[in-house]
Design a protein around this ligand. Sequence first.
Ligand code: 13P
Ligand code: SF4
Length: 301
Amino acid sequence: WAVFADDIDAILELKRTRNAVILAHNYQTPEIFHCVADIVGDSLLLAREAQTVEADVIVMAGVHFMAETAKLLNPTKRVLMPDMRAGCSLADSITAADVRLLRQRYPGVPVVTYVNTSAAVKAESDVCCTSGNAKRIVESLGSDTVIMIPDEYLAQNIANETGIRMITWAGHCEVHERFTPEEIRRLRVEHPGIVVLAHPECPPEVVAEADFAGSTAGMQEFVASGKASRVVLITECSMSDNLAVLHPEVEFIRPCNLCPHMKRITLPALRHSLETMGTEIMIEEHLAVRARQAVERMLAL
Ligand code: 13P
Ligand code: SF4
């Protein structure tokens, strides 16, 4: 921890002088998650909390779409992204023009868009969802067919849970698509008695091998419930690292995959962002108005 001390002290001081808060996703490294973040959580919690931030500045320790969502929900604040290269393979998989084409091909079918998308894509959508509320959002529409984009596996997993027909898009999370059912079966042989928690961005055949599927907040709740003493989290690596600090009584088995985008956010990047007040997220007003509606509709549901 000594190697982090200088940056941590500087960030804590800069937060005071800039009147800033740091929102951090569960996939941030422990020195960010536990030492400098003010609010930590899954995509849904970060969106909800961003809405009510009173500080002048929000620094997003997460990826670009999370910073955009914060800006949509609290537009008078300065929202800073410490590294603009922190993207997402799902957000990169689809454009606003793609959504317009889907609407033309399937007229009248509601479009549910994962928050892991650009503001321009959200602007073409009826409602957003996260992995933590996807089932509820889809069911609330009362439609037997839904266009659910861009995560093909999340859509298939929700279709399996709800029986609703999904028109999907071939977007995948580059972290979760790498897990396989064989890997989980091997883990069960190597570590008898483990409880397997999988993220719904994993392929359906991986989710089928798990004992529980849920968002990162869902995984955290499961671990906190004390239902398991040995767990494997089929998700990004830092999730286990962060929960292991909070739950030393639980053994975490750790085959995991790293998200290169989340890992662009470091203590030096956060410090630099607060020192230079960059890079500020800006969203063109004509897009922001429509994208905000889709995100606010999700939060209302
Ligand atoms: P949640 O934290 O909402 O489960 O999202 C996971 C993820 O991959 C975010 O990029
Ligand atoms: Fe995108 Fe997957 Fe990384 Fe999350 S973990 S930011 S979904 S690539």
